[in-house]
Design a protein around this ligand. Structure first.
Ligand SMILES: [Zn+2]
Length: 217
């Protein structure tokens, strides 16, 4: 009660109406510009947050997960070990051969590679390198020599593929359900089609047009 009294004594009540303003700001206003100025005193707002390219045609989950995977922020076995967690086994559960890093389980793994090869054949980009890192593969996709919108569609399919392979990995580990390459590819086509219908300008595209799409434009 004494503390409360102390606080109340220090507080000055005025007759003017209440206003919102940013703490530590000179001007008493509540605008985005003001908070930006305030933050600029504390951090460098011009630093790059990375070169990950967001894709509005892909789902928020696909974008966010792919970004986290590229930044090595997903809970793969190796990722958890790097954060100090001890696991009984770090082997990839999809192939049972190599350690489960993000680059491995989402791209280099024999299971993931079969999915990627089928997806890349469908989008007519069989030359993309799957032996490097996810980051390099995404750069290759972004720079692929196609029209702007085709490139964007291929990029959206790529982000969907990364997310779907992770979901298959989780189904295997946590539910014991083995995924098949054929089902994985069907789901990637379907999920990326739904994304295109919902988020792009190509909303009238039919399922058959999507499956037989001319990716060489
Ligand atoms: Zn593997």
């Amino acid at each position: 009660m004494e503390d409360l009294n102390e606080l109340l004594i220090q507080h000055q009540i005025s007759s003017s109406s209440d206003i919102w303003f940013w703490k530590d700001n000179v001007r008493l206003s509540f605008t985005v510009k003001e908070v930006r100025e305030s933050l600029a005193h504390q951090i460098d707002l011009n630093t790059q947050v990375g070169d990950f390219v967001w894709n509005k045609w892909a789902s928020g989950k696909s974008n966010m997960f792919a970004w986290r995977a590229v930044e090595n922020k997903i809970p793969s076995a190796v990722g958890l070990r790097e954060r100090g967690m001890s696991l009984p086994d770090y082997t990839c559960r999809l192939c049972g051969i190599a350690e489960e890093s993000a680059d491995h389980v989402l791209m280099q793994c024999s299971f993931a590679k079969q999915v990627w090869n089928a997806v890349l054949r469908w989008v007519k980009c069989p030359e993309v390198n799957l032996d490097g890192s996810l980051k390099h593969m995404l750069h290759e996709i972004i720079d692929i020599r196609r029209g702007r919108y085709i490139r964007k569609a291929i990029h959206a399919v790529t982000l969907q593929t990364i997310w779907n392979i992770w979901k298959i990995r989780n189904e295997k580990i946590f539910k014991g359900k083995p995924g098949t390459v054929q089902k994985a590819v069907e789901d990637i086509k379907d999920d990326s089609y739904q994304g295109l219908k919902q988020r792009s300008n190509c909303r009238s595209i039919s399922w058959q047009q999507w499956c037989d799409f001319n990716w060489n434009m």
